[in-house]
Design a protein around this ligand. Structure first.
Ligand code: CP
Length: 304
């Protein structure tokens, strides 16, 4: 594997298991024992959209594995994109400095454009409302680590399923396994037909809901998402749906006692802080897992 653009590149369950097992090893390894497979390499992180988890976990992973890091955290403002430079030209330039490029950009398809121009591996760290493949990997790992399996699970997806790129990548990854999806969202934010067809083609059952009442006691994983204000053109449309699903300790009483609660974060108000102390809340662990999964992924890319 050279570039990581879409989660659909990960079709081999054995490869995924190897990646998850390696992430587990990294999570248990003392820092001084980390291998340095990226020694003498330079990796560039180029973020045209805000990020806390993805950028900083990638940058930590890059340095943990021995590489030099070059970074622009606000490429939309501080790179030559401001002067009109194309993604393609920027990536060709970066290919001369770095042996891999991690990029986040607001346009769907931008990662593929970058990969087509790049001379070195490009990792998609989120392309608009398109995909977020490394988030899907860390989400898959978090489910596997907590439940001990991915087959036979019922997954509840809640919130902004239209714009949530983490959802678009995760459902395609999980549909490699024997899973069932329950999608609870306001009508205007339901899962796009394109993704329903993709996962149904893989044999996964999808149930669309406008309320979560009937699914809470059935599901093994409750995957919450933020309603993405920045993707709305009119603030009235955002205000009309922003509070549709709020997980609090009262709703948690209705949730299956063995279920886990996930969220790619950041959250706004869709999970109240009283839920944080519930042992089923795994979203902070999920974010921490991002470091280990990204270390395992970088090691895999640089070993090929
Ligand atoms: N989950 C995620 O992508 O978070 P950031 O936007 O902070 O990177």
């Amino acid at each position: 594997m050279k570039h990581v653009i879409s989660i659909t590149q990960f079709k081999d369950k054995n490869q995924l298991k190897q990646l998850f097992d390696r992430a587990k090893e990294f999570s248990q390894m003392p820092r001084e024992k980390y291998p340095k497979p990226l020694a003498h390499a330079t990796v560039a992180t180029v973020f045209y959209e805000p990020s806390t988890r993805t950028r900083l976990s990638f940058e930590t992973a890059i340095q943990n594995l021995g590489a030099n890091l070059i970074s622009t955290e606000n490429a939309g403002q501080f790179s030559s994109a401001v002067k009109g430079e194309t993604i393609e030209d920027s990536v060709i330039i970066l290919s001369g400095y770095a042996q891999a490029i991690v990029m986040r950009h607001p346009e769907v398809g931008s990662a593929e454009r970058a990969a087509n121009a790049s001379l070195v591996p490009v990792i998609n760290a989120g392309d608009g409302a398109g995909e977020h493949p490394t988030q899907a990997l860390l989400d898959g790992y978090t489910i596997y680590d907590n439940k001990g399996k991915l087959d036979g699970l019922k997954i509840g997806l809640v919130g902004d399923l239209l714009n949530g790129r983490t959802i678009h990548s995760l459902i395609q990854l999980l549909s490699l396994y024997d899973v069932e999806f329950y999608c609870a969202a306001p009508d205007s934010l339901q899962l796009p037909e394109k993704y329903i067809q993709l996962v149904e083609k893989n044999g996964a059952k999808v149930t669309l809901l406008d309320s979560w009442d009937t699914m809470l006691d059935k599901i093994d994983v409750l995957y919450m998402t933020r309603v993405q204000k920045e993707r709305f053109e009119a603030i009235e449309d955002y205000n009309a749906v922003k509070d549709s699903f709020i997980l609090d300790s009262q709703i948690m009483k209705k949730l299956n006692k063995d279920a886990i609660v996930m969220h790619p974060l950041p959250r706004v108000n869709e999970i109240t802080i009283d839920v944080d102390k519930d042992p089923r809340a795994k979203y902070f662990e999920e974010a921490r897992n991002g470091l280990y999964v990204r270390m395992a992924l970088l090691e895999m890319i640089f070993s090929n």
